[in-house]
Design a protein around this ligand. Structure first.
Ligand SMILES: NC(=O)c1ccc[n+]([C@@H]2O[C@H](COP(=O)([O-])OP(=O)(O)OC[C@H]3O[C@@H](n4cnc5c(N)ncnc54)[C@H](O)[C@@H]3O)[C@@H](O)[C@H]2O)c1
Length: 333
């Protein structure tokens, strides 16, 4: 039998983890033949809730799940893990300034970066979901110098899934008939959802979304707005933030990183920027990537028109500002 891999989920007593743990333990990320040992990390006040999650995982009677290790100690949580879903973060409280939120999270991700550096496998794949996800991933990587920077990523797959779903609905085609919709930049309201490289499968051929749709005002207006504000719309309706869809997207992200992307297909991931497409270097920026042998590569050579360039600049500037604020918090600690 294949040897089990260790996978950590932080924020394991929270609402995203409640859906995510089940999906991982069913084999939807690492495969139906890959046994797992799940490490569940949360903070001490949540230890009781964590016990309930452990009971439920046991009661699911999942054949791939060899062991579940609940803990409030990062040293235990990150020991020998091959994959890390960093979901736990400090939520924004009423009246909290952006800087205070960033400051609280920078500290969490510093500690977790240090623990990954010391205890995780050196080829661990790290997906940061907790917000501000891009800058948290940057901080985490900076404190884990023994792990390659390429192994750290931030989640924009939920935004990609939302955007793909909007395009499929607009075209009246099944979701599987739409591909290569891109999210550029930050997982925030400055993100740029871009259907310009999108493909749609109609009458047995892949065609350009922009040509088939022929509606630039929609693609440059309501489409971007809907995707940027979708999280707020879910909160307004559900009175809680997106959890099921966030969990599914975290699975999609890690699944594709682990297993690769099909030829010609690309997906969006927040990764270390090398300055491609005129973006700032050394921020975690969401790009279209292709993945082979567990290594992502930024898709090159796409045409960026003036409209797209201005959108990339806005979100790139925000990421630069976040990075500088995070660094100033770290220096003053
Ligand atoms: N990137 C994305 O697309 C995306 C989408 C949705 C949500 N999010 C973010 O994901 C995060 C989690 O969302 P949720 O709905 O599950 O929130 P939640 O409040 O239900 O759960 C968060 C959990 O994290 C725990 N936690 C806090 N600090 C921790 C630490 N230092 N170590 C371990 N655990 C810690 C909390 O105790 C809590 O159990 C939030 O930051 C949210 O903004 C990101």
């Amino acid at each position: 039998m294949t040897e089990a891999i260790r996978v950590v989920v932080t924020g394991a007593a929270g609402q995203i983890a409640y859906s995510l743990l089940y999906m991982i333990a069913r084999g939807e990320v690492f495969g139906k033949d890959q046994p797992l040992i799940l490490h569940l990390l949360d903070i001490p006040p949540m230890a009781g809730v964590l016990e309930g999650v452990v009971m439920e995982l046991a009661d699911c009677a999942l054949p791939l799940l060899q062991e579940v290790i609940p803990t409030t100690d990062p040293k235990v949580a990150f020991k020998d893990v091959s994959a890390a879903f960093l979901v736990g973060a400090m939520p924004r409280k009423e009246g909290m300034e952006r800087k205070d939120l960033l400051s609280a999270n920078v500290k969490i991700f510093k500690v977790q970066g240090q623990a990954l550096n010391e205890f995780a496998k050196k080829d661990v794949k790290v997906l940061v979901v907790g917000n501000p996800a891009n800058t948290n991933a940057l901080v985490c990587a900076n404190y884990a110098p023994s792990i390659p920077k390429e192994n750290f990523s931030a989640m924009t797959r939920l935004d990609q899934n939302r955007a793909t779903s909007q395009i499929a609905a607009k075209l009246g085609v099944p979701i599987a008939a739409v591909s290569n919709i891109i999210i550029w930049g930050n997982h925030s309201s400055t993100q740029y959802p871009d259907a310009g490289q999108g493909k749609v499968f109609i009458n047995d051929v892949w065609k350009s979304v922009t040509e088939v749709l022929n509606d630039t005002s929609f693609l440059q207006g309501p489409f971007i707005d809907i995707v940027q504000k979708r999280g707020a719309a879910v909160i307004a309706s559900r009175k809680m933030s997106s959890a099921m869809s966030a969990a599914k997207s975290a699975c999609d992200h890690m699944h594709d990183w682990w297993n690769g992307t099909a030829p010609g297909k690309f997906v969006s991931m927040g990764v270390f920027s090398d300055g491609s497409y005129g973006t700032p270097k050394d921020v975690v920026f969401s790009f279209p990537v292709e993945i082979k042998n567990k290594q992502w590569k930024i898709v090159q050579g796409l045409t960026i028109d003036g409209f797209s360039k201005s959108k990339l600049d806005i979100t790139g500037n925000e990421l630069r500002e976040e990075r500088d604020e995070a660094l100033s918090v770290l220096e003053s600690n």
